[in-house]
Design a protein. Sequence first.
Length: 372
Amino acid sequence: MARGTLTREAVLDAALAIADAEGLSALSMRRLGTDLGVEAMSLYNHVANKEDVHRGLVDRVWAEVDLARDDADWRAALHRLCGSARRAMLAHPWFFQLPVTYGGQVRLHVIDATLAHLKAGGVPDSVAFHAQHVLDGYMYGYSWQDIGFANLDEMMLDAPAMLAAIDPVQLPHLLAHAHQHLNAVPPGDGFTVGLDLILDGLARETKGTVMYTSETVTTPDGPFTIIERDGVVLGSGWTGDVAEVATRSGIQPDAVVTGACAAAGAVLAYYDGDPVAVTTVPVAPQGTEFREKVWDVLRTIPAGETRTYGEVAAALGTPSASRAVGAACGANLVALFVPCHRVVGASGTLTGFAWGVETKKSLLGREGSLPS
């Protein structure tokens, strides 16, 4: 090979060919140089040392994994990812001789894709943390075991000695299992069966967790996040931080998945000039009985009008409860859908607003009711 055409990729191509054909023990810098037709020292212009070559080979294996990011079905996606990882490992048996910690950015993308599919399946973050390690260990361990059982003919020759070593009285279940290996392997691919057992367990975890959907839309007043369940808004506010809205609404952040919310269209319609759209969206904020009554009254305030805290209190039949009305406005969990921005001070002043007085001013100006 001409010196000018030697590249890191060419070095790794040659290393992969040697390792696949003859095993990792045959791979040396001298052998690489010979196969590439160059002096071994010239290789160091492209790889740091033999360990660097090994790390590059591990990256090549992980690069063969199908990340399945185009699959909307989380289980099908994980079957594709894990199955392709197993096939890649089995195609390069030397892989198991190298440290499991090897692997660069390609390896990180495999981990990220695994976590993304778990998230898409509604697996809570606290469970997905462990699930990623379980799936990783399963792919690695099952495939490594497959390498050991690859030579079935040799196993059959050793079968009499193997069976004789199993005491039928003390180890009856193991003996029956050994006979299955030799005489009647149950139908199905063992790797697929085992992976389904793991995914079935994860699916059960999601059934015990109420899942919520969040969507953040861009508005003239900044990012606006909505959290829904079954088309009903439970939390909202002018922030791109889903966890902030979830926590404020009494929802565990790891129970929220990103998706499409039905109410997003109403928010966009509001900013396009239809202020009524947001007050017809189903909402179910959780609060005290008094606060929920306040929120119900606020939804009756027409766009283009305002009410004072005292007027809202009077509408509830509790004219002395203006301070409590103010507290209920401050605790409004579904901002915009419950228009607490339409409540002002006794003199028309723009008092505190959970999402900032400037946002309140912008909303009232948009509705044509900004106090002069």
